[in-house]
Ligand binder design. Sequence first.
Ligand SMILES: NC(=O)c1ccc[n+]([C@@H]2O[C@H](COP(=O)([O-])OP(=O)(O)OC[C@H]3O[C@@H](n4cnc5c(N)ncnc54)[C@H](OP(=O)(O)O)[C@@H]3O)[C@@H](O)[C@H]2O)c1
Ligand SMILES: [Zn+2]
Length: 324
Amino acid sequence: MPDPVCGPREILVSVRAAAVNRLDALQRRGPGLLPGFTLPHVPGTDVAGVVVTVGSSVTTRAAGDRVVLDPSLHCGTCTACASGDSAYCTGMRVIGASRQGGYAELVTVPETHAHLVPDHISLEEAAAVPTVYGMAWQALVVRGALRAGETLLVHGAGSGITLAAVQLARRLGARTIVTSASEEKLARAAKLGADVTVNHATADLPARVREATDGRGADIVFDHVGPALFQSSLSSLRVRGRMVFCGNTTGMTASFNLVDAYHRALTLIGSESHGHTAFGEMLQWYWSAGCEPVTDSVFPLAEAARAHERLESGEAFGKILLLP
Ligand SMILES: NC(=O)c1ccc[n+]([C@@H]2O[C@H](COP(=O)([O-])OP(=O)(O)OC[C@H]3O[C@@H](n4cnc5c(N)ncnc54)[C@H](OP(=O)(O)O)[C@@H]3O)[C@@H](O)[C@H]2O)c1
Ligand SMILES: [Zn+2]
């Protein structure tokens, strides 16, 4: 690909690290998932780097700035953006999906979507933040309204989103129950602060959750796995509990027991990805939260194929990084 050239309100960033996400692999297999996907395409939604040059109208960023990118590029002018609801921007472009991404030496981005990275955070750590912490923040803080003292059940101990959710929930004062089919991943999640771990493949999950909550059930479930655990998730909730869901890893359609759901007055909450304001708030929190980054592996950019093999093996625990 030719080197990208930045427009008047854009900056050109030298990519120092890009994190690998499920979306990258899904789009590689095709077809493109998000509107606006075109070939040739450069994947990579999670990017951190150093500003090389800035466009003629840029005022807030300068060459040498260390930045992490908000991948969701809202237009700033549509009705949704004007009302402050940028998550529903009708002109949304996404870095690495409908716009060239971070599996590259250089990437361009509007100055408004490049956030400064404080000195105590490495660019490798920063690159792993946007998708997983953005999603965990949107699901637990914005949509789920998780409160101190509540018990959160979250599936998929090896998932970056789950590990971000555990670290976020702990710092909000909530207890966490983490599930996986892998004992090894559960042991590692416990070391990272999961209060209770349950192997959903071998245990009666709702019964184990009730045991861990004095018979009540979890206050909130964060389910990004989809149909495989949907009913178990609902059955693990307390009366008037709430379930936030945001993923379809195991399929597009879930079925569940309606009578049980309405008798126990459960709330089902879908979660879209973050808007511009939420992303900025998440980063401000992250910079001083003292989270422990969980890196599974690091590959040179030239070995992106191996990085995808690692992701698709299901064995990864935490984020996979590419370094140009
Ligand atoms: N709504 C949004 O805007 C948004 C944004 C970002 C991501 N997402 C979605 O969130 C989901 C998670 O993303 P991710 O990047 O963290 O994915 P990921 O790394 O692929 O993690 C998927 C996790 O699902 C678990 N899993 C896989 N198959 C399972 C099964 N049959 N039963 C139970 N658990 C199973 C695995 O748990 P173990 O490792 O413990 O085995 C794995 O950790 C994806 O569906 C993604 O599309 C949505
Ligand atoms: Zn817009």
